[in-house]
Design a binder for this molecule. Structure first.
Ligand SMILES: NC(=O)c1ccc[n+]([C@@H]2O[C@H](COP(=O)([O-])OP(=O)(O)OC[C@H]3O[C@@H](n4cnc5c(N)ncnc54)[C@H](OP(=O)(O)O)[C@@H]3O)[C@@H](O)[C@H]2O)c1
Length: 404
């Protein structure tokens, strides 16, 4: 095992990249977290030669911004060609890349054809290499659910999987990076097998997601027919140690069950907001007010969601809230930091223990994950009000919880 070497992590700001960079730095290596946001772009070549100067190892954990068939193939081909040329020019001694278990069995998908093209370029480049093929990350479960969602149901096959925590992936890559090139492929997977429908059911159970998982043998996985062999590793994978149940308990805060008609209504809001980008196409109407008291509905429009890759496990979600005249929210709290900016009209806000404030366009308000939002209403009985709220929250977690 090598110590104190220069290692460049391409995609070092991503989900795996961030964890890998931290891991290698803790081992005392000189690590460059390379990505477009740090001035290194493998598609254009910008900053590549400079970042690789003096490096002994490169680990490529970049991912394509678009998974459309042509775009993703262009990304992995161009990126790999540029990177391998720069790696050769800099005299780097070990090229490590992260790929996916079953890539060669899933070639009906444009994404996997692109990963296969990346693997082929690496294998033929005459540079010592190790390809690490990982199974699906636990962190990817929300994405699997989103892809299979139709309204309030999620239709999934029961194909076997053996998913792995991103922390275990990063640990395996950190180990591979400082050891000798295998000039071959290593498979890594989680410690347990689980069926895809059950994986998402457990994820929903832990997060309080109200969507119903329907097991359907004909349902596809990202457009692919999969069976019990498609997504699981071969006979001797290297296994991670983190179990899905343990990961859920650390990453997904448990939710309390709805306790009344009013809270059930708010729980519907939670279900809508819970899935982040999964609902972004929707302009969701929900009953923010207790109909029995005022019958006015607020309208929530999720606008935009983004994984915060430099804050692993966190995401941002921006929503627009429109209060009709006289609209009042039930008492609730958010599992999130909420930043409000008023656009139109006038709103009244108060968290428990705080002052009641009346806000007009251009004014802001903050509430934290522990705050109980006791007053949230339109100040006017005659004019509508509109505000934007940005939530910073745990990935996949509901953003709203009713309070009795
Ligand atoms: N999802 C799964 O379950 C799974 C399973 C097995 C293997 N994998 C593989 O794991 C790898 C990493 O996935 P991830 O989820 O960690 O990715 P991610 O969070 O989406 O991060 C992608 C990274 O790639 C960087 N990047 C994008 N375009 C780039 C460019 N032109 N030049 C250099 N860097 C660029 C991004 O930089 P910016 O932040 O600056 O945009 C970011 O750091 C992928 O190759 C994927 O195929 C995924």
């Amino acid at each position: 095992m090598k110590t104190n070497i220069k290692i460049v992590v391409i995609g070092g700001t991503g989900l795996i990249g961030t964890k890998l960079v931290n891991n290698l730095r803790q081992q005392g290596h000189n690590v460059v977290a390379a990505s477009p946001s740090s001035g290194v772009n493998t598609v254009t070549g910008e900053g590549l030669a400079k970042s690789l100067s003096g490096a002994q190892v490169v680990v490529d954990v970049a991912n394509a911004p678009s998974w459309e068939d042509k775009a993703v193939l262009d990304f992995f081909e161009t990126s790999s060609r540029n990177l391998l040329a720069a790696v050769a020019a800099a005299g780097v001694k070990h090229h490590v890349a992260l790929s996916v278990v079953g890539t060669d069995r899933l070639l009906a998908s444009g994404y996997f054809r692109a990963k296969m093209a990346q693997e082929k370029l690496i294998k033929t480049a005459q540079i010592p290499y190790t390809i690490v093929r990982a199974t699906q990350f636990f962190e990817f479960t929300g994405g699997i659910a989103k892809e299979a969602t139709e309204g309030a149901t999620v239709r999934l096959p029961s194909a076997l999987m053996q998913p792995i925590a991103a922390d275990d992936v990063a640990a395996a890559l950190a180990d591979v990076a400082v050891n000798k090139p295998m000039n071959g492929t290593l498979e890594i997977a989680g410690p347990e097998q689980i069926r895809q429908d059950e994986l998402v059911r457990q994820f929903f159970g832990a997060s309080g997601d109200q969507r119903k998982v329907i097991t359907d043998a004909r349902a596809r996985y990202y457009g692919l027919d999969v069976n019990d062999q498609s997504l699981v590793p071969g006979t001797s994978p290297r296994l991670g140690t983190i179990r899905f149940s343990e990961w859920l308990s650390h990453n997904i805060p448990p939710q309390s069950a709805p306790t009344s008609n009013r809270s059930a209504k708010v729980a519907t809001i939670a279900a809508l907001l819970l899935c982040g980008i999964g609902v972004l196409a929707l302009s969701s109407r929900y009953a923010a007010a207790d109909d029995s008291t005022n019958g006015k509905e607020a309208k929530v429009t999720p606008l935009f969601s983004k994984d915060l890759t430099d804050f692993p496990g966190k995401e941002g979600l921006m929503c627009m809230i429109e209060y009709p005249p006289g609209s009042t929210d039930p008492i609730h709290r958010h599992n999130a930091h909420g930043f409000i900016y008023v656009l139109e009209g006038s709103i009244v806000m108060q968290v428990k223990g705080g002052k009641e404030v009346t806000l007009t366009p251009g004014q802001t308000f903050y509430e934290g994950p522990e705050d109980v939002h006791v007053i949230g209403r339109n100040a006017s009985q005659t004019k509508p009000a509109k505000f934007v709220v940005v939530f910073l929250k745990n990935k996949g977690a509901p953003v709203l919880e009713p309070v009795k």
